[in-house]
Write a protein that binds this ligand. Structure first.
Ligand code: ADP
Length: 521
């Protein structure tokens, strides 16, 4: 019934075209995401290699120049200043000149290094030097200036940014375009040496990337873009295939499963997650198949269980009505027994449906479980002793628990009933009550054939029966232990079974003890 519901829901969801129409398939999604990612990467690459290239280059050069100037300032008293300056110039790709202003207003060159053929500080006229000196002096001994450097060695001071300089060059005449080589950054610093002399340190570095380098970069960029686009299309198609193909396979198998084919095998190989999903779905399929099989068994068993007592009741009733003298107490007892069996079967079914619906509630109270077992045992032994059963109740004290008395009695009854049903020639059933500090353990022991170890877990499942062949009407429906488990779980009780093949089984559960007033021990 529930499987059918699931199937109906599944099909009503998957067959709705309207829903499907709005959704993209995973394959296309992966392809589009991949292409979008590739496109974003390309746009970033283009931005960095075209729009931001010059600003980056300028920022890095400026920072190098500043730190180079600072290291020279710190080494101005170095005896081997010349070598230091040469190394610093080469390392930072900067031209450096150090002057000492003379008292007559002239400048004496202390040392210099030229690394660029476009240098903005070696050939500057005296007037320009004066300007730099005075402006640096007025500015706490430091000055940073951007200048246009020309191929003929001349410079023009300009504090505008590089973009302006370039636009100026491109919008100017062709001759002025030829003349402008690059922009340079000039750094001037005035420091005083230990000898009391003043030093004017001048550094210059080209901050415009060299044209040929830019062209090479752009050329490479075109090639990279084409390759990147081509590769990303190929890779996105491949990736979408790799990701989507196993899912499509699984979906196909899942549809078969939904149609009731439990033998379907999920094998959409691909990657770890898919293999795990396969395992989970294969497990789910085998569980579904088991549940379905159990339900079929149950329907067969229940109909058999209902039919047998009904046939007996009708049969005996008719005999008692039609044949004088058959109206005996024995025959009436048979009718009563069969009616009781019917009612216990119906009760089991009601209990299990309550458990499935989650509506089973406990009505807890404090009661003496020892008395409860004695009472139940008394009734039960009267019924079974005539069949050769012997019942022992081993206990040494009266124990109180706070639980649902009716349901706990039902648990013990089910366990004793199973012990009776499944025991062999040794018809001795032992119920044991063991007391621990704050717990009581109830054990039901039989000396029957025992339960195979691999079945020990499954016997607690609904509709599960170790012996599937339904030989005798007295054997139950496979619901008893499932009800026991649910009731004990509701009580948060520990429970289990110890069984040895050929020797018998001991079913047990533990409850917390209370005193007579229901207070925990
Ligand atoms: P049933 O109504 O068939 O007895 P239960 O849920 O009570 O269903 O038990 C499930 C299965 O566990 C039984 O069919 C039986 O195979 C096995 N089982 C239960 N109790 C015992 C026992 N004391 N000894 C051997 N097998 C048992």
């Amino acid at each position: 019934m529930r499987l059918n519901d699931i199937r109906l829901k599944f099909f009503s969801k998957t067959s709705g075209d309207g829903n499907k129409g709005n959704k993209w398939s995973l394959k296309w999604r992966v392809t589009v995401y991949f292409l979008a990612f590739a496109l974003i990467m390309l746009i970033l690459l283009w931005l960095f290699e075209t729009v931001f290239l010059q600003s980056f280059y300028k920022a890095i050069k400026t920072s190098n120049l500043t730190s180079c100037a600072q290291s020279i300032e710190q080494n101005i008293n170095n005896e081997d200043l010349k070598t230091f300056v040469e190394k610093a110039g080469e390392k930072n790709d900067s031209c450096i000149v150090i002057y000492t202003p003379l008292s007559n207003g002239d400048y004496s060159r202390v040392c210099s290094v030229t690394v660029n053929y476009v240098c903005s500080i070696h050939n500057i006229p005296r007037g320009e030097l004066d300007k730099y000196y005075e402006e640096a002096k007025a500015n706490d001994g430091r000055l940073v200036r951007l200048v246009d450097s020309y191929s003929d060695g001349s410079i023009s001071s300009d504090n505008s940014n590089m973009g302006d300089a370039l636009s100026k060059s491109s919008s100017g005449s062709s001759s002025s375009y030829e003349k402008i080589k690059s922009q340079s950054l000039v750094y001037v610093s005035i420091v005083e040496g230990q000898n009391g002399k003043e030093y004017m340190i001048m550094l210059s570095s080209v901050v415009t990337p060299i044209d040929s380098t830019v062209k090479t970069l752009h050329y490479q960029l075109y090639i990279i873009t084409i390759l990147f686009l081509f590769l990303s299309v190929v890779l996105s198609i491949m990736a979408s295939q790799i990701i989507a193909a196993p899912i499509i396979n699984i979906n196909k198998s899942a549809k078969e499963l939904a149609e009731g084919n439990y033998d379907v095998n999920f094998n959409g190989l691909g990657y770890k997650e898919i293999e795990e999903l396969n395992e989970t779905l294969n497990y789910a399929a085998s569980e579904l198949s088991q549940v379905d099989q159990m339900r079929k068994d149950l329907i067969a068993n229940v109909s058999h269980d209902l039919r047998t007592p009904l046939t007996l009741i009708t049969g005996y009733g008719e005999v008692m009505r039609d044949i004088p003298g058959e109206n005996t107490a024995e025959n009436i007892q048979i009718i009563i027994d069969e009616a009781t069996r019917l009612s216990s079967l119906v009760n089991d079914l009601i209990d299990i449906s309550k458990i499935e619906a989650g509506t089973m509630k406990l009505e807890a109270s404090t009661f003496c479980i020892t008395d409860s077992i004695k009472e139940m045992f008394g009734r039960y032994s009267k019924l079974k002793e005539q069949d050769g059963f012997t019942f022992d109740f081993e206990h040494d004290c009266d124990v109180y628990v706070y639980a649902d008395q009716l349901k706990i009695s039902q648990v013990i009854y089910n366990l004793v009933n199973n012990a009776v049903n499944y025991t062999g020639d040794n018809k001795n059933i032992i119920v044991r009550q063991k007391c621990y500090d704050n717990r009581v353990r109830i054990e039901v022991e039989d000396h029957g054939p025992g339960i195979p170890p691999d079945k020990l877990k499954s016997i607690w499942d609904r509709y599960y029966k170790v012996d599937k062949s339904h030989k005798s009407a007295k054997i139950g429906t496979g619901l008893g232990l499932s009800i026991v488990k649910s009731v004990l779980k509701l009580h948060r009780a520990q429970f289990g079974v110890l069984s040895t093949l050929g020797k018998g089984s001991t079913f047990w559960f533990e409850l917390y003890r209370t005193n007579e007033d229901g207070e925990p021990l």
